[in-house]
Ligand binder design. Structure first.
Ligand code: NDP
Ligand SMILES: O=C(O)C1=N[C@H](C(=O)O)C[C@H](O)C1
Length: 266
């Protein structure tokens, strides 16, 4: 079987470390380099907490892509860096698999257009955990019958973006099928701003940040005399890795842009 040559951006991060291990442990993948914005390490093996590996560390993505000619870039950084890395990869004909969250609608449209111009595969996945994808799909299914919904996402307190990419994707999927409705009392007033959370098409998203949490989301539906709660919990970052693997294998067969793992899971 052909080996997929991979570059990972953000290798020292919580997700990046897990992705480096997964790529090194996968027989059909080859880690040909990593991108770090700090000019300090020569190889992956020199980085704290990462396994022995001679894969070189680059600070300049364009230089790395020219030198290593990888098939896929996995980005797990920040919205600004992720956007820059993804555009650079597309420009060099390298397929991006992006887990980084916090992109705007305009960012996603721009990336989709770039992929279409270059006829290149790209997967942007706000959540790689299969259970989280099912949680979103079940929520979308429930939204056909329950128009009142509150999304509560709970994460560790090192998270930069709020609401989470998963919560935004869930709201988008619900919105696609839910009868439009502004929830709550028509005269309701927040006595403390933000008390009702973020408004997405009339439904509300609440972001909880606490040390000790990893990644969790609860979607609550309510109707007369009944409620339905759909919940997913990721207890560690290994929970995302089978999805990253699937995305890498799938993007190799694609020539267009996909936003959301639900679009590639049967
Ligand atoms: N799709 C999914 O399933 C999941 C997505 N995520 C998302 O993935 C992203 C990363 O999350 P997480 O690992 O927890 O975050 P971390 O903060 O732990 O890791 C981010 C890493 O990226 C590095 N970084 C920042 N800018 C650059 C750059 N220009 N080049 C190279 N490296 C850079 C940071 O370095 P430094 O600290 O030195 O600045 C840091 O090591 C987030 O957007 C998060 O929301 C997270 C979990 C699951
Ligand atoms: O930052 C995280 O940790 C996570 N980010 C993603 C998101 O914003 O939805 C995916 C998962 O929730 C973990």
């Amino acid at each position: 079987m052909k080996t997929v040559k991979i570059v990972i951006a953000g290798p020292r991060g919580r997700m990046g470390q897990e992705a480096v291990k997964m790529v090194l442990e996968t027989e059909t993948f080859e880690l040909v380099g990593v991108i770090d914005h700090r000019d300090h390490w020569r190889t992956v093996g020199e980085m704290d907490g990462l396994p022995a590996s001679d894969a070189p560390v680059y600070t300049d993505l364009a230089f790395c892509l020219e030198k290593e000619a990888p098939d896929v870039l996995i980005d797990l950084t920040t919205p600004e860096s992720g956007m820059f890395h993804t555009k650079t990869a597309i420009h060099y004909g390298v397929r991006p698999v992006v887990g980084t969250t916090g992109f705007s609608k305009e960012d996603l449209t721009e990336l989709e257009e770039l992929c279409s111009d270059r006829e290149i595969g790209c997967i942007i996945a706000p959540n790689f955990a299969v259970g989280a994808i099912l949680m979103m799909k079940f929520s979308q299914m429930a939204a056909r019958y329950f128009t009142d919904v509150e999304i509560i996402e709970l994460h560790h307190d090192r998270k930069l973006d709020a609401p989470s990419g998963t919560a935004v994707k869930t709201a988008e999927m619900i919105s696609a099928v839910r009868e439009p409705k502004k929830q709550g009392h028509q005269d309701e007033k927040e006595t403390i701003p933000g008390a009702r959370g973020a408004d997405f098409d009339g439904m509300h998203i609440h972001s909880v940040r606490l040390p000790g949490l990893v990644a969790h989301q609860q979607v609550m539906f309510g109707s007369d005399g009944q409620s339905l709660t759909v919940r997913h919990d990721s207890y560690n970052r290994a929970s995302f890795m089978s999805g990253v693997k699937l995305a890498v294998d799938t993007v190799m067969k694609m020539d267009s842009f996909v936003y959301g793992l639900e679009n590639i899971i049967e």
